[in-house]
Write a new protein. Structure first.
Length: 137
């Protein structure tokens, strides 16, 4: 795992439609679960971290919003890329959703009301470093 996060896949229906660079991080964005999975399967963009919103459109006809796709996406990503840094970042955080996100494999769960995106990435790196140290002991 790199010392600092450089490439981030941000999966959120409110994320910018195109990739961009902020604070030294290269972001690629997806607005639906289907678009996120397509990026991950393509392997052209290999992220160091993934940020997922809980409430996402599935990406099919009608693009209805569901809570489950965000949680299911966390689970799929964790199964496919066990070592990747993975955070849930959503306005719709509560105790139950936090529990479910952690059970699905999220390293960190934060509300968009609590902090900004760059602070989230810093906390995610710290959470992974702490977990790595505990696993080594």
């Amino acid at each position: 795992m790199p010392e600092t996060l450089r490439r981030v896949l941000w999966i959120d229906d409110d994320s910018p439609k195109e990739g961009h660079v902020v604070g030294g991080f290269e972001f690629r964005t997806a607005q639906t679960c289907a678009a996120a999975l397509a990026i991950l399967l393509d392997n052209a963009f290999m992220p160091d971290a993934i940020i997922v919103d809980i409430v996402l459109p599935q990406g099919g006809w009608g693009d209805r919003f569901y809570e489950t796709p965000g949680i299911e996406l966390v689970k799929q990503v964790r199964d496919q890329r066990p070592g990747i840094d993975l955070a849930v970042f959503s306005i719709a955080i509560n105790e139950e959703r936090t529990r479910r996100a952690h059970e699905a494999g999220a390293d960190l769960v934060r509300s968009k009301n609590q902090l900004g995106l760059l602070q989230l990435l810093k906390e995610l790196r710290q959470a992974k470093d702490t977990t790595t140290r505990k696993d080594a002991d």
